[in-house]
Design a protein around this ligand. Sequence first.
Ligand code: NAD
Length: 487
Amino acid sequence: MMFPESKLYINGKLRAAEGGATYEDVSPWTAEPIARVADGSVADMEEAIAAARRAFDETDWSTNKSLRRELVVKLGNKLKANQEKLAAYAQHEVGAAQGFVMGPQVGMPLSFIDELLKIFDEIEWEKSMGDKPGWIGMSRRTLVKEAAGVVGVITPWNVPLYITVGKVIPALLAGCTVIVKPAPDTPLISAIWGELAAEIGFPPGVLNVVTSADPVATGEMLVTDPRVDLISFTGSTGVGKRIMEKGAPTLKRLFLELGGKSALIVLEDAPNFAQAVAMGMVTPHAGQGCATLTRLLVPKSRYAEAVAILEAAYAGYGDKWGNPTEPGQMMGPLISARQRERVLGYIESGKAEGARLIAGGKAATNKGTGFFVEPTFFVDVTNDMKIAREEIFGPVGVIIPFEDDEDAIRIANDSDYGLSGMVVSADSARANRIARRIRTGTIGVNLGASIAVDLPFGGYKQSGVGKEWGMEGFDEYLETKAIAEGV
Ligand code: NAD
């Protein structure tokens, strides 16, 4: 399977990269090439930044709400009309299993677009703050929301369409101009945004897409260039910190969605204990999800039972993953050979620190030539081990026993991260009390879905700064100006 070569989209034009440079996009299922992709250089990025700046400063994009709405509706409709192509990219480029494709990879983000438009319609662009006497005289005060400016969007490879929808649609609607720099491993699912914008005839410079094989150079240019007002980044905490450092000299506005090590707390009275425990299997999308529940916390009194449930569930999982065409499957390969080696390194560290494997532990060789790691689970884990502290971003789960509710809260919060979590109990009041004490930006109670288009999503602690989705997700791309008129 080879997809057509993709291009850059800069200043309203689809074009090849400087010097015609391209690189190979590889399928995680097979390790074989699936497309050639434009390999954007810093010179290409320079042109994109200049175009986005011009479009913001010299056109009516930032003030013409009806034009923005009209074009974003067209873009959304085109994305939806290309659902099959996007699903093929999610499968072949991102390595998503079929059960995941129409959920978080493609179906869910496409269904979010219309809801984002509804939120846009509810933005209060001007608000009267009334008259107030000051030391000079009376002032009539108004708050005005304005677009934040030129936005550099830097995305990861795990759910690229979902993240691009969550950033680009609100940024454009807010009146910003945008430069998308996708992860090198998932260029096609972003390049299509340029193709569709070109078909629609977006004003030059309003949206630009620069794919690049180098993970750092073009992204870092966005972060350091004074013409870029804001960086909207989703990715690892390490790169988030580097962006903060590199953005400091220009005091870049930063929106950072980073990693997680979220806890699933199953209390002893959980109504369906086995089902709740099985949610601690880190198998969906091979664990490549920021809000994946990667630390399973169970009461000491039911620990042995939970381990037995997991042993049985993993033993029966062998044929339920790793087939790219099987509907309903949730787990495929990891994105790259590099990521597979990283995950195997974590598995070795778990073993070296004394944790015991009850499932997996190796690269899977029976699923084909791609980047497969066996569904893996560790017991005899303590919360100070590296496998309990660091984000593995692979199909590796851990279980940790707790004494009582206080101990569960303590372990869950004993993490540098603070992204998400889940509490399961027959006693809703008790579960809610615990949920309110977990230091994370989102948390589910009794299987509630804390990720939704109208709910702000973002981390506490080292899981990030700012919120995506919901009205809060629009606020990231808006500035608030206070105007006071003497009356
Ligand atoms: P990554 O941090 O390696 O890369 C993310 C993006 O940053 C890529 O486009 C990469 O090319 C770019 N980049 C790398 N170095 C850069 C630099 N110095 N300056 C500017 N850009 C740079 O992340 P990844 O491996 O692609 O994705 C996995 C990570 O993303 C995980 O840590 C995961 O938790 C996180 N993630 C977070 C969320 C969330 O909403 N919190 C969602 C999805 C993924």
